[in-house]
Design a protein around this ligand. Sequence first.
Ligand code: NAD
Ligand code: TYD
Length: 362
Amino acid sequence: MNKTLIITGGAGFIGSHVVRLFVHKYPDYKIINLDALTYAGNLENLTDIENAPNYTFVKADITNEPELRAVFEQYRPDAIIHLAAESHVDRSITNPNAFIQTNVMGTANLLNLAREFWTLNPAHTHGHFPDRKELNNLFYHVSTDEVYGSLGETGFFLETTSYDPQSPYSASKAASDHLVRAYGNTYGLPFMLSNCSNNYGPNHFPEKLIPLCISNIINEKPLPIYGDGKYTRDWLFVIDHAIAIDAIFHNAKVGETYNIGGFNEWQNIDLVCELIKQMDAKLRRPAGYSEKLITYVKDRPGHDKRYAIDANKLKDDLGWTPSVTFEEGLDKTIDWYLSNEAWLKNVTSGAYQRYYEDQYIN
Ligand code: NAD
Ligand code: TYD
């Protein structure tokens, strides 16, 4: 089909799995991984495909319009899957401006360039897809369920749930979602959007709960539990997110939104105890050995109580369901971290280590 596809944020956690899936599955596409390589971007995530003939890495910052324009001029993308973002809620509390710059202004830069280049392109379909397989001028925005705010004890986020973001991170993602829809509505930019629950799996930077606890259990360091530990998140294996993105990108109608999630809610403290159970067994430590590492710490300001996704629209329309159970996904994830200790050491050295120590140790 010979399509050129830019995937932004492809050196990050989720982006690296999306890039790998597309490089393997679509040998006819030219896949451009556009990433600024911030602290969260790591080309070690992609060493297995770095020499694939249909893969190119381009170091570029989406907040830098001239740099981004040069990439559009050079590669003339037919479609964009946009994942590049600042993604950690705690960092958004200490430095909100970085989130506004990358998530809002960076997305606006991409939208403006997509609009400019695709309107000039004779293949531009102005929002109509005569042949859905053509992928002409499609802007796929990858977003989060955190835009919906916090749930009480019951209920689920639906695609129709009103936005009510509570953290600088979720507010910046909500702003970018609104911009994408506004460009669709105003300029006919063909777009689609998905809002996913919390991901876990290989390549996850160890500042988020699951990889941080895996890393700290290995190294016998404190496992920081915010507040009472009864906050609830809905966890999805990252490869299932990548598979859902592929299904939506290739089969959804233009202008659609899908929620992605695995109906897999866990209170943080129960999840950490589950990790301890599985890891103590794998590390041949006595059962419960790492429980002593659990350390209740000051709560995150404005902490969202509960997230839970209703992913039935995705199942009904496109037949997507998670390919692994949580038990299987966690097992694969722990095994990956245990066999990739060098990766863990590399990403936790230097600047990140100092950030972590400032936040939780000093
Ligand atoms: P991540 O932090 O692991 O990776 C982000 C990537 O974006 C990194 O490779 C980084 O170098 C790159 N990047 C950051 N700023 C950039 C800039 N200015 N220009 C170019 N590249 C830049 O994030 P992730 O967890 O993989 O999340 C990817 C996307 O998925 C984000 O848009 C996030 O909001 C969304 N999302 C994440 C989750 C989750 O659980 N992690 C859940 C739902 C949605
Ligand atoms: P996190 O992985 O940061 O994802 P998000 O904030 O985007 O949901 O956090 C998941 C949950 O775990 C959230 O309720 C905050 C909590 N948490 C801790 O209790 N301790 C930690 O060290 C971290 C990083 C998170």
